[in-house]
Design a protein around this ligand. Sequence first.
Ligand code: AMP
Ligand code: GLY
Length: 425
Amino acid sequence: MDILVVGGGGREHAIVRKLKESPHCGTLYCAPGNGGISRDAVCCDVAATDIEGMVALAREKKVDLVFVAPDDPLVAGMVDALEEAGIPAFGPRKAAAILEGSKVFSKELMKKYGIPTADYAVFDQPQEALAYVRERDRYPAVIKADGLALGKGVILCDTYEEACQAVKSLMEDKVFGASGSRVVVEEYLTGPEVSVLAFTDGKTVKPMVSAKDHKRAFDGDRGPNTGGMGNISPNPHYTQADADWCMEHIFQPTVDAMRKEGRPFKGCLFFGLMLTPDGPKVIEYNCRFGDPETQAVLPRLKTDLIEILQAVREERLADMQIQWSEKACACVVMASGGYPGSYPKGLPIEGLAADGQLSSGSADVTVFHAGTKWEGGRFVTAGGRVLGVTATADALDAALDKAYEAVGEIRFENAHYRKDIGRTR
Ligand code: AMP
Ligand code: GLY
């Protein structure tokens, strides 16, 4: 099968490398891809959000499947456009991707079907949102933009003044555009966070092994939120009892609810969970593989990924046995100095061979490229998150040691990475 992967980050690199392991895999394309991905797939210069361009590319290359990885094209309906053009695609249609595209939709769905989540209220008028915050008088207040906001649409406010600022920037200054036309004000929850990605064909749901993200930029979970500075799998907080409980009360009910709403979800559904003192609750849904979660989870997948994708498309997931490695996996993100704020690009990266992997060729270590370019015979930085340095080992500590050893072999000016991935609470 010739396959086109849509996207160009570390997640897409991890997907490309896993697809390549399959004996069913023919020519692999990635659009737009990046420097590292270009060593493993044919990169094509079409933006991930360009729906018409992607349909044309898939036609021109006569691919057998398009794997749409990022949120924006899924929420905008890229899978619908591909399928209407007769091109098989992996990922939810627009009507299902709304689970990530609208927090108001997802909260109302959870309320209607009794899926545990934080209490909330929805507002489309700034004054009403603030009156509610003032009357409730409980802090931190959690204020969320309804729509997609580059992962930055959640604001935790410690005071009423901060809430005023948050409501103003989302609803009046519209820093995330129309995403902030409506806001959700939510109860503040506490407890360890767990990421669970799951394959679902609209009826059956098969959770993958769990992961733990590290969203803050600096050690000790300090600093601004980022797309994710590192990830480990499995998540040490998530027990088999939690997994069983979530299957019964969250995973299957969500998939059933979407089907009942006439919005069957086919693809990868990402459950952002919090293990609160009152039990697991949904913090958010994503309609796609997570990044960097995918970089720590997919290396542990033993079953042929292409066979799983086909089972999802053909609604045969119930018959599929999906096997995972018992090993632990750790991914440390090396970012450009300044990320998630502004940062320079084009800095040469040392320590990588022409195939994008460690020059020392360390077994058990894979370097997933997130923001790199192959230029003049070497890799240079080209994004905020630059590399996801990933290692597997029998136990988490050993995987972390190997990943950090590999990080030490890679250099670029002002490289920033957290030193405590996998070692925080
Ligand atoms: P989200 O983009 O919805 O995943 O939110 C980003 C981060 O904000 C989450 O990973 C949590 O750490 C935090 N967060 C979101 N909602 C809540 C909540 N209701 N209570 C506490 N923290 C939250
Ligand atoms: N790492 C979280 C996400 O992909 O949204």
